[in-house]
Ligand binder design. Structure first.
Ligand code: B12
Ligand code: SF4
Length: 469
Protein backbone atom coordinates (compact mmCIF):
# COMPACT_ATOMS: atom_id res chain seq x y z
CA UNK A 1 0.00 0.00 0.00
CA UNK A 2 1.27 3.49 -0.87
CA UNK A 3 2.01 5.69 2.10
CA UNK A 4 2.40 9.44 1.82
CA UNK A 5 2.54 12.43 4.10
CA UNK A 6 -1.08 13.02 5.06
CA UNK A 7 -0.49 16.09 7.19
CA UNK A 8 -2.35 19.23 6.19
CA UNK A 9 -2.08 22.56 7.99
CA UNK A 10 -4.76 25.22 7.54
CA UNK A 11 -3.91 28.75 8.58
CA UNK A 12 -5.74 31.92 9.54
CA UNK A 13 -2.97 34.53 9.25
CA UNK A 14 -1.71 36.62 12.18
CA UNK A 15 -3.52 39.91 12.74
CA UNK A 16 -2.23 42.91 10.85
CA UNK A 17 -1.23 45.54 13.35
CA UNK A 18 -2.28 48.67 11.56
CA UNK A 19 -5.87 47.88 10.61
CA UNK A 20 -9.02 47.95 12.73
CA UNK A 21 -10.22 44.63 14.04
CA UNK A 22 -13.63 43.00 14.17
CA UNK A 23 -14.55 40.62 16.94
CA UNK A 24 -13.00 37.25 16.15
CA UNK A 25 -15.17 34.39 14.94
CA UNK A 26 -14.06 30.77 14.51
CA UNK A 27 -12.78 30.13 10.95
CA UNK A 28 -15.81 28.28 9.61
CA UNK A 29 -14.47 27.75 6.09
CA UNK A 30 -11.29 26.10 7.39
CA UNK A 31 -13.27 24.05 9.91
CA UNK A 32 -15.49 22.70 7.10
CA UNK A 33 -12.48 21.69 5.01
CA UNK A 34 -10.80 20.20 8.09
CA UNK A 35 -13.91 18.09 8.75
CA UNK A 36 -13.89 16.69 5.21
CA UNK A 37 -10.15 15.92 5.33
CA UNK A 38 -10.37 14.43 8.81
CA UNK A 39 -13.23 12.17 7.69
CA UNK A 40 -10.99 10.87 4.88
CA UNK A 41 -8.10 10.01 7.18
CA UNK A 42 -5.87 13.07 6.78
CA UNK A 43 -4.07 14.51 9.79
CA UNK A 44 -5.24 18.09 10.08
CA UNK A 45 -4.00 21.01 12.13
CA UNK A 46 -5.69 24.40 12.08
CA UNK A 47 -3.27 27.12 13.09
CA UNK A 48 -5.66 29.85 14.16
CA UNK A 49 -3.22 32.74 14.61
CA UNK A 50 -5.51 35.67 15.55
CA UNK A 51 -7.28 34.04 18.48
CA UNK A 52 -4.02 32.55 19.78
CA UNK A 53 -2.16 35.84 19.23
CA UNK A 54 0.50 34.02 17.20
CA UNK A 55 3.01 36.10 15.27
CA UNK A 56 4.95 34.86 12.23
CA UNK A 57 7.69 33.33 14.38
CA UNK A 58 5.20 31.25 16.29
CA UNK A 59 3.38 30.35 13.06
CA UNK A 60 6.73 29.21 11.64
CA UNK A 61 7.57 27.07 14.65
CA UNK A 62 4.08 25.48 14.66
CA UNK A 63 4.48 24.60 10.98
CA UNK A 64 8.06 23.34 11.38
CA UNK A 65 7.12 20.95 14.16
CA UNK A 66 4.05 19.63 12.28
CA UNK A 67 5.84 19.09 8.92
CA UNK A 68 2.76 19.20 6.68
CA UNK A 69 2.70 18.17 3.02
CA UNK A 70 0.09 20.83 2.27
CA UNK A 71 -0.33 24.25 3.81
CA UNK A 72 -3.63 26.01 3.12
CA UNK A 73 -4.10 29.69 3.84
CA UNK A 74 -7.37 31.63 3.98
CA UNK A 75 -7.76 35.10 2.49
CA UNK A 76 -10.05 38.09 2.77
CA UNK A 77 -9.10 41.22 0.91
CA UNK A 78 -8.17 43.48 3.87
CA UNK A 79 -5.87 40.82 5.30
CA UNK A 80 -4.38 39.68 1.97
CA UNK A 81 -0.95 40.98 2.99
CA UNK A 82 -1.01 38.79 6.11
CA UNK A 83 -1.93 35.78 3.95
CA UNK A 84 1.04 36.50 1.66
CA UNK A 85 3.40 36.91 4.59
CA UNK A 86 2.12 33.64 6.09
CA UNK A 87 2.93 31.94 2.77
CA UNK A 88 6.48 33.29 2.90
CA UNK A 89 6.92 32.05 6.46
CA UNK A 90 5.51 28.68 5.42
CA UNK A 91 7.90 28.46 2.46
CA UNK A 92 10.91 29.24 4.71
CA UNK A 93 10.13 26.57 7.29
CA UNK A 94 8.54 23.94 5.03
CA UNK A 95 10.35 24.35 1.69
CA UNK A 96 8.84 21.20 0.17
CA UNK A 97 5.22 21.73 1.17
CA UNK A 98 2.57 22.64 -1.37
CA UNK A 99 1.30 26.08 -0.41
CA UNK A 100 -2.30 26.80 -1.33
CA UNK A 101 -4.38 29.91 -0.90
CA UNK A 102 -8.19 30.01 -0.96
CA UNK A 103 -11.07 32.25 0.14
CA UNK A 104 -12.75 35.29 -1.41
CA UNK A 105 -9.63 37.34 -2.15
CA UNK A 106 -7.69 34.49 -3.76
CA UNK A 107 -10.74 33.42 -5.77
CA UNK A 108 -10.83 36.67 -7.74
CA UNK A 109 -7.16 37.67 -7.67
CA UNK A 110 -5.61 34.28 -8.43
CA UNK A 111 -3.63 35.24 -11.52
CA UNK A 112 -2.19 38.42 -9.96
CA UNK A 113 -1.29 36.59 -6.76
CA UNK A 114 0.54 33.83 -8.58
CA UNK A 115 2.42 36.42 -10.60
CA UNK A 116 3.75 38.31 -7.59
CA UNK A 117 3.68 35.87 -4.67
CA UNK A 118 6.27 33.22 -5.47
CA UNK A 119 5.76 31.39 -2.18
CA UNK A 120 2.23 30.41 -3.24
CA UNK A 121 1.95 27.38 -5.51
CA UNK A 122 -1.73 27.23 -6.18
CA UNK A 123 -5.07 28.97 -5.73
CA UNK A 124 -8.36 27.26 -4.93
CA UNK A 125 -11.33 29.23 -6.26
CA UNK A 126 -14.78 29.22 -4.63
CA UNK A 127 -15.90 26.37 -2.39
CA UNK A 128 -12.88 24.54 -1.02
CA UNK A 129 -14.01 21.23 0.44
CA UNK A 130 -13.96 19.01 -2.66
CA UNK A 131 -11.06 20.75 -4.38
CA UNK A 132 -8.75 20.53 -1.38
CA UNK A 133 -9.63 16.90 -0.88
CA UNK A 134 -8.78 16.15 -4.50
CA UNK A 135 -5.48 17.97 -4.13
CA UNK A 136 -4.70 16.11 -0.92
CA UNK A 137 -5.45 12.79 -2.60
CA UNK A 138 -3.22 13.58 -5.57
CA UNK A 139 -0.28 11.36 -4.47
CA UNK A 140 -2.74 8.48 -4.35
CA UNK A 141 -4.77 9.17 -7.47
CA UNK A 142 -2.00 10.60 -9.62
CA UNK A 143 -4.53 13.07 -11.01
CA UNK A 144 -2.90 15.91 -12.93
CA UNK A 145 -3.42 19.49 -11.73
CA UNK A 146 -4.98 20.45 -15.05
CA UNK A 147 -7.68 17.83 -14.42
CA UNK A 148 -8.65 19.27 -11.03
CA UNK A 149 -11.53 21.73 -11.33
CA UNK A 150 -11.57 25.10 -9.55
CA UNK A 151 -7.85 25.81 -9.30
CA UNK A 152 -5.36 28.29 -10.72
CA UNK A 153 -1.67 27.34 -10.82
CA UNK A 154 1.70 28.09 -12.34
CA UNK A 155 3.07 25.79 -15.03
CA UNK A 156 6.49 26.85 -16.24
CA UNK A 157 5.93 30.51 -17.13
CA UNK A 158 2.22 30.17 -17.72
CA UNK A 159 -0.67 30.56 -15.28
CA UNK A 160 -3.34 27.95 -15.86
CA UNK A 161 -6.93 28.31 -14.69
CA UNK A 162 -8.94 25.07 -14.74
CA UNK A 163 -12.73 25.15 -15.30
CA UNK A 164 -14.94 26.23 -12.42
CA UNK A 165 -15.98 23.43 -10.10
CA UNK A 166 -19.73 22.80 -9.83
CA UNK A 167 -21.10 23.80 -6.42
CA UNK A 168 -21.89 21.16 -3.80
CA UNK A 169 -25.54 20.41 -4.50
CA UNK A 170 -26.68 18.92 -1.23
CA UNK A 171 -25.08 20.73 1.71
CA UNK A 172 -26.52 18.15 4.12
CA UNK A 173 -23.87 15.76 2.79
CA UNK A 174 -21.09 17.88 4.32
CA UNK A 175 -19.84 16.99 7.78
CA UNK A 176 -20.30 19.75 10.36
CA UNK A 177 -17.32 22.06 10.89
CA UNK A 178 -14.51 20.33 12.80
CA UNK A 179 -14.40 22.67 15.76
CA UNK A 180 -12.20 20.11 17.52
CA UNK A 181 -9.25 21.67 15.65
CA UNK A 182 -10.05 25.21 16.82
CA UNK A 183 -9.51 26.63 20.34
CA UNK A 184 -13.22 27.38 20.62
CA UNK A 185 -13.01 27.98 24.36
CA UNK A 186 -11.36 31.27 23.43
CA UNK A 187 -14.28 32.50 21.33
CA UNK A 188 -16.29 34.24 24.00
CA UNK A 189 -18.32 37.39 23.51
CA UNK A 190 -19.32 39.22 26.69
CA UNK A 191 -18.70 36.05 28.68
CA UNK A 192 -20.91 34.01 26.36
CA UNK A 193 -19.58 31.13 24.29
CA UNK A 194 -20.63 32.14 20.80
CA UNK A 195 -20.04 29.82 17.83
CA UNK A 196 -20.72 30.30 14.13
CA UNK A 197 -23.14 28.35 11.98
CA UNK A 198 -23.89 28.64 8.28
CA UNK A 199 -27.00 27.00 6.88
CA UNK A 200 -26.93 28.08 3.23
CA UNK A 201 -24.61 29.13 0.43
CA UNK A 202 -25.21 31.08 -2.75
CA UNK A 203 -27.32 34.15 -3.42
CA UNK A 204 -29.84 34.76 -6.20
CA UNK A 205 -29.43 38.54 -6.00
CA UNK A 206 -26.73 40.41 -7.89
CA UNK A 207 -25.81 43.37 -5.71
CA UNK A 208 -22.95 45.04 -7.58
CA UNK A 209 -20.80 45.58 -4.45
CA UNK A 210 -20.88 41.95 -3.31
CA UNK A 211 -19.18 38.71 -4.36
CA UNK A 212 -21.66 36.26 -2.83
CA UNK A 213 -23.13 34.90 -6.04
CA UNK A 214 -19.75 34.72 -7.82
CA UNK A 215 -18.23 32.92 -4.83
CA UNK A 216 -21.00 30.44 -4.02
CA UNK A 217 -23.33 30.60 -7.04
CA UNK A 218 -26.59 32.26 -7.93
CA UNK A 219 -28.69 29.46 -6.56
CA UNK A 220 -29.68 29.55 -2.90
CA UNK A 221 -28.51 26.16 -1.61
CA UNK A 222 -29.75 25.42 1.85
CA UNK A 223 -29.27 22.73 4.43
CA UNK A 224 -32.45 21.10 5.68
CA UNK A 225 -33.98 22.45 8.87
CA UNK A 226 -33.42 19.11 10.55
CA UNK A 227 -29.72 19.04 9.69
CA UNK A 228 -29.34 22.57 11.08
CA UNK A 229 -31.21 21.75 14.29
CA UNK A 230 -29.06 18.68 14.87
CA UNK A 231 -25.92 20.79 14.46
CA UNK A 232 -27.24 23.32 16.99
CA UNK A 233 -27.87 20.54 19.52
CA UNK A 234 -24.38 19.18 18.84
CA UNK A 235 -22.76 22.60 19.35
CA UNK A 236 -24.60 23.02 22.63
CA UNK A 237 -24.04 19.49 23.96
CA UNK A 238 -20.53 18.87 22.67
CA UNK A 239 -18.98 22.33 22.95
CA UNK A 240 -21.13 24.09 25.52
CA UNK A 241 -22.23 26.75 23.04
CA UNK A 242 -24.48 29.36 24.63
CA UNK A 243 -25.15 31.34 21.50
CA UNK A 244 -24.66 31.12 17.76
CA UNK A 245 -24.11 33.64 15.00
CA UNK A 246 -25.75 32.51 11.78
CA UNK A 247 -23.32 33.59 9.06
CA UNK A 248 -25.76 33.12 6.17
CA UNK A 249 -26.01 35.99 3.72
CA UNK A 250 -29.83 35.87 3.88
CA UNK A 251 -30.98 33.41 6.54
CA UNK A 252 -34.68 33.90 5.84
CA UNK A 253 -34.51 33.77 2.01
CA UNK A 254 -36.69 30.65 2.21
CA UNK A 255 -39.24 31.77 4.82
CA UNK A 256 -40.74 28.29 5.18
CA UNK A 257 -37.33 26.78 6.02
CA UNK A 258 -36.56 29.65 8.41
CA UNK A 259 -39.91 29.04 10.13
CA UNK A 260 -39.16 25.32 10.39
CA UNK A 261 -35.77 26.06 11.99
CA UNK A 262 -37.42 28.38 14.54
CA UNK A 263 -40.22 25.89 15.28
CA UNK A 264 -37.60 23.19 15.81
CA UNK A 265 -35.57 25.41 18.16
CA UNK A 266 -38.69 26.07 20.22
CA UNK A 267 -40.00 22.48 20.25
CA UNK A 268 -36.60 20.90 20.95
CA UNK A 269 -35.88 23.57 23.61
CA UNK A 270 -32.53 24.29 22.00
CA UNK A 271 -32.19 27.39 24.12
CA UNK A 272 -29.32 29.10 22.32
CA UNK A 273 -29.35 32.85 21.84
CA UNK A 274 -28.69 33.77 18.23
CA UNK A 275 -28.27 36.48 15.64
CA UNK A 276 -28.46 36.61 11.87
CA UNK A 277 -28.47 38.80 8.79
CA UNK A 278 -31.17 39.08 6.15
CA UNK A 279 -33.05 41.38 3.78
CA UNK A 280 -36.11 43.46 4.65
CA UNK A 281 -38.13 41.92 1.81
CA UNK A 282 -37.85 38.34 3.02
CA UNK A 283 -39.25 38.71 6.53
CA UNK A 284 -42.78 39.06 7.85
CA UNK A 285 -44.03 40.25 11.22
CA UNK A 286 -45.00 36.66 12.09
CA UNK A 287 -41.59 35.28 11.13
CA UNK A 288 -39.73 37.91 13.18
CA UNK A 289 -41.96 37.20 16.19
CA UNK A 290 -41.26 33.49 15.81
CA UNK A 291 -37.52 34.17 15.52
CA UNK A 292 -37.62 36.18 18.76
CA UNK A 293 -39.52 33.34 20.45
CA UNK A 294 -36.76 31.00 19.29
CA UNK A 295 -34.27 33.32 21.11
CA UNK A 296 -33.05 35.42 18.19
CA UNK A 297 -31.84 38.59 19.85
CA UNK A 298 -30.03 40.28 16.97
CA UNK A 299 -30.87 40.83 13.33
CA UNK A 300 -28.97 42.76 10.69
CA UNK A 301 -30.73 44.18 7.64
CA UNK A 302 -28.74 45.28 4.61
CA UNK A 303 -30.80 48.35 3.73
CA UNK A 304 -27.88 49.89 1.77
CA UNK A 305 -29.51 53.29 1.16
CA UNK A 306 -32.40 55.52 2.14
CA UNK A 307 -32.65 56.99 -1.34
CA UNK A 308 -34.84 54.90 -3.64
CA UNK A 309 -32.82 56.00 -6.71
CA UNK A 310 -29.55 54.83 -5.16
CA UNK A 311 -31.13 51.63 -3.93
CA UNK A 312 -32.16 50.90 -7.53
CA UNK A 313 -28.52 51.46 -8.65
CA UNK A 314 -27.49 49.06 -5.92
CA UNK A 315 -30.00 46.60 -7.43
CA UNK A 316 -31.60 46.00 -4.06
CA UNK A 317 -35.25 45.72 -5.12
CA UNK A 318 -36.32 46.70 -1.59
CA UNK A 319 -38.34 49.82 -0.72
CA UNK A 320 -38.00 52.26 2.17
CA UNK A 321 -41.43 51.13 3.39
CA UNK A 322 -40.28 47.49 3.50
CA UNK A 323 -37.18 48.52 5.46
CA UNK A 324 -39.20 50.63 7.91
CA UNK A 325 -41.70 47.82 8.49
CA UNK A 326 -39.08 45.11 8.96
CA UNK A 327 -37.12 47.24 11.44
CA UNK A 328 -40.21 48.15 13.42
CA UNK A 329 -41.38 44.52 13.59
CA UNK A 330 -37.94 43.34 14.70
CA UNK A 331 -37.65 46.05 17.36
CA UNK A 332 -41.19 45.34 18.58
CA UNK A 333 -40.19 41.70 18.90
CA UNK A 334 -37.38 42.84 21.23
CA UNK A 335 -34.43 42.25 18.95
CA UNK A 336 -31.28 44.34 18.62
CA UNK A 337 -31.49 45.70 15.09
CA UNK A 338 -28.46 46.63 13.02
CA UNK A 339 -28.68 48.15 9.57
CA UNK A 340 -25.91 48.18 7.04
CA UNK A 341 -25.60 50.98 4.52
CA UNK A 342 -23.33 51.63 1.54
CA UNK A 343 -22.06 55.19 1.16
CA UNK A 344 -20.60 56.71 -1.99
CA UNK A 345 -21.67 54.17 -4.58
CA UNK A 346 -21.26 55.62 -8.10
CA UNK A 347 -24.17 57.97 -8.75
CA UNK A 348 -24.31 59.07 -5.09
CA UNK A 349 -24.68 62.80 -4.54
CA UNK A 350 -24.46 64.87 -1.40
CA UNK A 351 -28.26 65.00 -1.40
CA UNK A 352 -28.77 61.23 -1.76
CA UNK A 353 -26.21 60.65 0.98
CA UNK A 354 -28.04 63.07 3.26
CA UNK A 355 -31.33 61.34 2.43
CA UNK A 356 -29.80 58.02 3.49
CA UNK A 357 -28.40 59.37 6.75
CA UNK A 358 -31.75 61.03 7.55
CA UNK A 359 -33.54 57.78 6.81
CA UNK A 360 -31.25 55.81 9.12
CA UNK A 361 -31.79 58.38 11.87
CA UNK A 362 -35.54 58.18 11.37
CA UNK A 363 -35.77 54.40 11.65
CA UNK A 364 -33.60 54.48 14.81
CA UNK A 365 -31.75 51.16 14.56
CA UNK A 366 -29.73 49.91 17.53
CA UNK A 367 -26.60 50.07 15.41
CA UNK A 368 -25.74 51.33 11.95
CA UNK A 369 -22.81 50.12 9.86
CA UNK A 370 -22.07 52.90 7.44
CA UNK A 371 -19.76 51.24 4.92
CA UNK A 372 -17.87 53.06 2.21
CA UNK A 373 -18.63 51.49 -1.17
CA UNK A 374 -15.63 49.18 -1.55
CA UNK A 375 -14.63 47.74 -4.93
CA UNK A 376 -13.65 44.24 -3.81
CA UNK A 377 -12.07 42.11 -6.51
CA UNK A 378 -14.76 40.21 -8.39
CA UNK A 379 -17.48 42.86 -7.94
CA UNK A 380 -19.30 44.80 -10.65
CA UNK A 381 -18.44 47.91 -8.63
CA UNK A 382 -14.74 47.31 -9.29
CA UNK A 383 -15.43 47.04 -13.00
CA UNK A 384 -17.39 50.32 -12.94
CA UNK A 385 -14.63 52.19 -11.09
CA UNK A 386 -12.03 50.82 -13.50
CA UNK A 387 -14.18 51.66 -16.53
CA UNK A 388 -14.66 55.21 -15.25
CA UNK A 389 -10.90 55.52 -14.82
CA UNK A 390 -11.28 56.80 -11.25
CA UNK A 391 -8.33 56.80 -8.88
CA UNK A 392 -8.51 53.63 -6.76
CA UNK A 393 -6.42 52.37 -3.83
CA UNK A 394 -4.54 49.12 -4.46
CA UNK A 395 -3.52 48.87 -0.84
CA UNK A 396 -5.66 45.93 0.31
CA UNK A 397 -5.34 46.93 3.97
CA UNK A 398 -7.58 49.91 3.23
CA UNK A 399 -10.41 47.63 2.00
CA UNK A 400 -12.11 47.45 5.38
CA UNK A 401 -15.20 49.46 4.30
CA UNK A 402 -14.16 52.13 6.83
CA UNK A 403 -12.26 54.13 4.20
CA UNK A 404 -13.06 55.54 0.80
CA UNK A 405 -11.19 53.45 -1.78
CA UNK A 406 -11.90 55.40 -4.94
CA UNK A 407 -12.38 59.01 -5.84
CA UNK A 408 -15.62 59.89 -7.63
CA UNK A 409 -14.93 63.33 -9.12
CA UNK A 410 -18.57 64.32 -8.43
CA UNK A 411 -18.49 63.47 -4.72
CA UNK A 412 -15.12 63.84 -2.99
CA UNK A 413 -14.24 61.02 -0.61
CA UNK A 414 -13.42 63.60 2.07
CA UNK A 415 -17.00 64.83 2.03
CA UNK A 416 -18.40 61.31 2.44
CA UNK A 417 -16.06 60.67 5.38
CA UNK A 418 -17.07 63.94 6.99
CA UNK A 419 -20.80 63.25 6.67
CA UNK A 420 -20.24 59.73 8.01
CA UNK A 421 -18.43 61.09 11.06
CA UNK A 422 -21.09 63.73 11.69
CA UNK A 423 -23.71 60.98 11.63
CA UNK A 424 -21.95 58.93 14.31
CA UNK A 425 -21.26 62.03 16.43
CA UNK A 426 -25.01 62.54 16.71
CA UNK A 427 -26.07 58.89 16.66
CA UNK A 428 -24.09 57.85 19.78
CA UNK A 429 -25.93 60.39 21.92
CA UNK A 430 -26.65 60.27 25.64
CA UNK A 431 -30.18 59.04 24.95
CA UNK A 432 -28.70 56.28 22.73
CA UNK A 433 -26.38 55.21 25.57
CA UNK A 434 -29.26 55.13 28.05
CA UNK A 435 -31.46 53.17 25.61
CA UNK A 436 -28.79 50.57 24.98
CA UNK A 437 -27.83 50.37 28.67
CA UNK A 438 -31.47 49.66 29.51
CA UNK A 439 -31.81 47.03 26.77
CA UNK A 440 -28.44 45.53 27.69
CA UNK A 441 -28.05 45.69 31.46
CA UNK A 442 -31.75 45.58 32.42
CA UNK A 443 -33.17 43.37 29.68
CA UNK A 444 -30.02 41.31 29.11
CA UNK A 445 -29.33 41.80 25.39
CA UNK A 446 -25.55 41.28 24.97
CA UNK A 447 -25.35 43.34 21.78
CA UNK A 448 -26.89 46.33 23.57
CA UNK A 449 -24.35 45.94 26.39
CA UNK A 450 -21.55 46.05 23.82
CA UNK A 451 -23.05 49.08 22.07
CA UNK A 452 -23.66 51.01 25.29
CA UNK A 453 -19.93 50.66 26.02
CA UNK A 454 -18.91 51.35 22.43
CA UNK A 455 -20.92 54.57 22.43
CA UNK A 456 -19.37 55.68 25.74
CA UNK A 457 -15.89 54.96 24.35
CA UNK A 458 -16.71 56.80 21.13
CA UNK A 459 -17.67 59.90 23.10
CA UNK A 460 -14.57 59.65 25.30
CA UNK A 461 -12.44 59.37 22.17
CA UNK A 462 -14.12 62.48 20.74
CA UNK A 463 -13.43 64.44 23.92
CA UNK A 464 -9.80 63.26 24.04
CA UNK A 465 -9.24 64.17 20.39
CA UNK A 466 -10.29 67.76 21.15
CA UNK A 467 -7.45 67.97 23.71
CA UNK A 468 -4.94 66.31 21.39
CA UNK A 469 -5.52 68.64 18.47
C1 B12 B 1 -18.33 35.64 9.12
C2 B12 B 1 -17.84 36.70 8.18
C3 B12 B 1 -16.95 37.61 8.68
C4 B12 B 1 -16.42 37.56 10.11
C5 B12 B 1 -15.30 36.56 10.33
C6 B12 B 1 -14.80 35.76 9.19
C7 B12 B 1 -14.15 34.44 9.53
N1 B12 B 1 -13.62 34.21 10.69
O1 B12 B 1 -14.14 33.58 8.66
C8 B12 B 1 -15.96 39.01 10.35
C9 B12 B 1 -17.03 39.73 11.12
C10 B12 B 1 -14.64 39.19 11.08
C11 B12 B 1 -15.90 39.55 8.93
C12 B12 B 1 -15.35 40.76 8.63
C13 B12 B 1 -15.29 41.30 7.35
N2 B12 B 1 -15.84 40.79 6.26
CO1 B12 B 1 -16.73 39.12 6.21
N3 B12 B 1 -17.88 37.65 6.00
C14 B12 B 1 -18.26 36.74 6.83
C15 B12 B 1 -19.30 35.83 6.14
C16 B12 B 1 -20.66 36.38 6.49
C17 B12 B 1 -19.25 34.36 6.45
C18 B12 B 1 -17.87 33.70 6.29
C19 B12 B 1 -18.05 32.24 6.38
O2 B12 B 1 -17.86 31.67 7.42
N4 B12 B 1 -18.49 31.61 5.28
C20 B12 B 1 -18.76 30.19 5.23
C21 B12 B 1 -17.55 29.42 4.76
C22 B12 B 1 -17.96 27.98 4.48
O3 B12 B 1 -17.09 30.01 3.57
P1 B12 B 1 -15.64 30.69 3.45
O4 B12 B 1 -15.17 31.21 4.72
O5 B12 B 1 -15.66 31.59 2.29
O6 B12 B 1 -14.72 29.42 3.07
C23 B12 B 1 -14.92 28.65 1.90
C24 B12 B 1 -14.19 29.17 0.66
O7 B12 B 1 -13.94 30.55 0.67
C25 B12 B 1 -12.93 28.38 0.59
N5 B12 B 1 -11.79 28.81 1.40
C26 B12 B 1 -11.69 29.74 2.34
N6 B12 B 1 -10.45 29.76 2.85
C27 B12 B 1 -9.74 28.83 2.22
C28 B12 B 1 -8.42 28.41 2.36
C29 B12 B 1 -7.96 27.37 1.55
C30 B12 B 1 -6.56 26.90 1.70
C31 B12 B 1 -8.81 26.76 0.61
C32 B12 B 1 -8.33 25.65 -0.23
C33 B12 B 1 -10.14 27.18 0.46
C34 B12 B 1 -10.59 28.21 1.28
O8 B12 B 1 -13.37 27.12 1.07
C35 B12 B 1 -14.24 27.31 2.19
C36 B12 B 1 -15.20 26.18 2.27
O9 B12 B 1 -16.00 26.08 1.12
C37 B12 B 1 -18.94 36.08 4.63
C38 B12 B 1 -20.09 35.86 3.67
C39 B12 B 1 -20.17 34.42 3.24
N7 B12 B 1 -21.35 33.97 2.97
O10 B12 B 1 -19.21 33.67 3.19
C40 B12 B 1 -18.42 37.50 4.67
C41 B12 B 1 -17.32 37.90 3.71
C42 B12 B 1 -16.25 36.84 3.72
N8 B12 B 1 -16.79 39.16 4.35
C43 B12 B 1 -16.55 40.06 3.53
C44 B12 B 1 -16.16 41.36 3.91
C45 B12 B 1 -16.22 42.40 2.81
C46 B12 B 1 -15.77 41.64 5.21
C47 B12 B 1 -15.16 42.96 5.69
C48 B12 B 1 -14.08 43.50 4.77
C49 B12 B 1 -16.17 44.08 5.74
C50 B12 B 1 -17.20 44.12 6.76
N9 B12 B 1 -17.54 45.36 7.04
O11 B12 B 1 -17.70 43.16 7.26
C51 B12 B 1 -14.60 42.59 7.07
C52 B12 B 1 -13.08 42.41 6.97
C53 B12 B 1 -12.44 41.71 8.12
C54 B12 B 1 -10.95 41.64 8.01
N10 B12 B 1 -10.23 42.32 8.89
O12 B12 B 1 -10.43 41.01 7.14
C55 B12 B 1 -16.73 39.61 2.08
C56 B12 B 1 -15.38 39.21 1.48
C57 B12 B 1 -14.87 40.11 0.40
C58 B12 B 1 -13.41 39.88 0.20
N11 B12 B 1 -12.99 40.01 -1.03
O13 B12 B 1 -12.64 39.67 1.09
C59 B12 B 1 -17.72 38.40 2.28
C60 B12 B 1 -17.62 37.31 1.21
C61 B12 B 1 -19.13 39.02 2.29
C62 B12 B 1 -19.63 39.42 0.92
N12 B12 B 1 -20.61 38.74 0.41
O14 B12 B 1 -19.15 40.37 0.33
N13 B12 B 1 -16.50 38.75 8.06
S1 SF4 C 1 -25.49 41.84 -0.60
FE1 SF4 C 1 -26.69 40.16 0.20
S2 SF4 C 1 -28.44 40.03 -1.20
FE2 SF4 C 1 -26.88 41.22 -2.26
S3 SF4 C 1 -25.72 39.73 -3.49
FE3 SF4 C 1 -24.65 39.98 -1.52
S4 SF4 C 1 -25.43 38.37 -0.22
FE4 SF4 C 1 -26.86 38.59 -1.94
Amino acid sequence: MTTFNKKIALITPPLLEDIGHHPLFPPLGLAYMAAVLDQRGFEVKIIDCPINRYDYNKLGSELASFEPAIIGIGSMTPIAEASFQSAQTAREVCPDAQIIMGGPHATFQGKDILTTEKAIDLIVRGEGEETLLELANQPLTGKKLCDIKGITFRKDKEIIQTPTRPFIENLDTLPWPAYKFVPIEKYWVQGQKLLSVITSRGCPYQCPFCVASQMFGQQFRARSANNVLKELEWLRNEYGAEGVAFQDDTLTFDKKRATDICDGMIERKINLRWGCGTRADVVTKELLEKMAKAHCDEVMFGIESGCERMRASLKRGVTNAQCENAIKWAKDAGMFVTVSVILGYPGETKESLQETLDFVRKIEPDDAWLCHATPFPGTQLRETVEKNGWKMSENWKTYSTMNAIFEDPKLPAKEIAQMRKQFYDKFYSVSYILRQANKGYVKGNIYSKIMARTAVNYNLWRIMSVFHR
